[in-house]
Design a binder for this molecule. Structure first.
Ligand SMILES: [Zn+2]
Length: 410
């Protein structure tokens, strides 16, 4: 009981002492949590999650090598005010946002190269990434909602009143896109089995060029980074500007008293300590989408710990991926690949097979035969025409399939 009170007190203290409105970019997670914690049932679950998180966090801090196995996170996207006639566009918008999330959380976003020059201002700060893959769910959709939710098609609801407590979508990483008073909000340390959702404004979902009628990403928050930021809260990250006291509970992010907006040059903004600069390019500050591009190693550890504590919450039957252990059957190298990647048979478990390479939003890029036998032990797949980034290699053999993340870097 004492621990519960301490946890609650710590949270309320954070909310009251560092209450922080910024003009630039508005995230409503504090207000959202303040409201949610009024509910004793929600509060009890929140405290239990935080207690479990703390144990896992300390375990990971003590064992920096303990990394996530790749976790495939099933995503559902909801447009309560959307128009069914725009479905194709709204699905593409969802896929665009998922691509951004996959890039940002795996640190394969194009603009992360800015860190090379910026990092000299931040000694001791390293880039962080987590090994998750967000995939739009396609199978076993909840029934009794949106008749246009078709088996095999993406889990995107349109014109349905899906709330951030909707139990029908428990076990998904839900995004609800609708008009709200903020750019976005999320629970802190959310729980998929409770149907917890990230809620986004209609002008802060997806990137410019991918908008649909009523859902146009608005500059300067038009690169999908607000969703990265909100999902950071869902995985238990505070703002980097959580205050000069206990800060954001991450060692390698300089503590800040107030948020940063616009697009400051690296090292130009002070932190709480005169010897450290504000990490304004961090996703958990309020700078323009074009000027934020990284999580730190410490933030990644914190997110890893939260994801480990909720790992059994994800629905497993909503992605059209069945599995065998790809690494026991094939040797796939080099990875990262430059102009080609080799797939060699290391076991006789799978002979007749085919492969498909998908980009991170699930669009097939190319496919081919992968049948190997005693005469043909290896095949090369040319990757020279792929742009730099992360792809999914799926190998299918009969009813079995397996995927492996491959990285292309020229
Ligand atoms: Zn926020």
């Amino acid at each position: 009981m004492k621990q519960k009170i301490t946890l609650l007190f710590a949270f309320l203290l954070l909310m009251t002492s560092n209450y922080n409105y910024a003009q630039e970019k508005t995230c409503g997670y504090l207000e959202h949590m303040q409201e949610k914690l009024q509910d004793p049932d929600y509060r009890a679950k929140y405290e239990a999650r935080q207690a479990a998180f703390q144990i896992e966090y300390e375990r990971l801090l003590a064992n920096p090598q303990a990394r996530l196995q790749t976790i495939y996170i099933p995503v559902a996207v909801h447009y309560p005010n959307g128009n069914e006639s725009n479905r194709a566009c709204l699905v593409d918008l969802a896929l665009d946002q998922i691509r951004i999330l996959n890039e940002d959380f795996s640190a394969t976003n194009g603009d992360i190269s800015n860190w090379t020059a910026a990092s000299s201002n931040y000694p001791g700060v390293n880039l962080g990434s987590i090994d998750v893959q967000f995939v739009l769910a396609t199978t076993n959709h909840p029934t009794g909602i949106d008749p246009d939710l078709i088996e095999g098609e993406p889990a995107v609801t349109i014109g349905e009143n899906v709330l951030d407590t909707d139990s029908r979508f428990s076990g998904y990483q839900n995004f609800i896109v609708k008009p709200i008073a903020y750019l976005g909000y999320s629970p802190l340390g959310g729980q998929p089995s409770n149907g917890n959702s990230v809620v986004m404004n209609t002008n802060a979902f997806g990137s410019s060029g991918a908008g649909c009628p009523g859902f146009i990403p608005g500059a300067p928050y038009n690169l999908g980074r607000t969703v990265t930021h909100e999902l950071g809260h869902f995985y238990n990250l505070y703002h980097t500007f959580q205050g000069c006291g206990s800060g954001d509970r991450v060692d390698d992010t300089p503590a800040l008293a107030s948020s940063t907006g616009g697009c400051p040059s690296p090292g130009s903004v002070s932190s709480c300590l005169p010897t450290e600069s504000a990490l304004t390019m961090n996703y958990m500050d309020y700078t323009n989408d074009a000027c934020m591009y990284m999580f730190t190693e410490g933030q990644a550890t914190r997110m890893n710990a939260h994801i480990n504590t909720i790992k059994d919450d994800w629905k497993t039957d909503v992605l059209s991926v069945d599995s065998f252990d790809i690494n026991k059957v094939y040797s796939i190298y080099p990875n990262p690949a430059n102009d080609e990647i080799n797939i060699s048979l290391t076991s006789n478990a799978v002979k007749e097979a085919s492969y498909v390479i998908y980009d991170l939003v699930g669009k097939p890029i190319f496919k081919g035969d992968l049948s190997l036998d005693s005469n043909i032990q290896s095949r090369k797949i040319r990757t020279s025409k792929l742009t730099n980034g992360v792809y999914l290699l799926m190998i299918n053999s009969g009813k079995l399939s397996a995927t492996k993340k491959i990285v292309v870097r020229h």
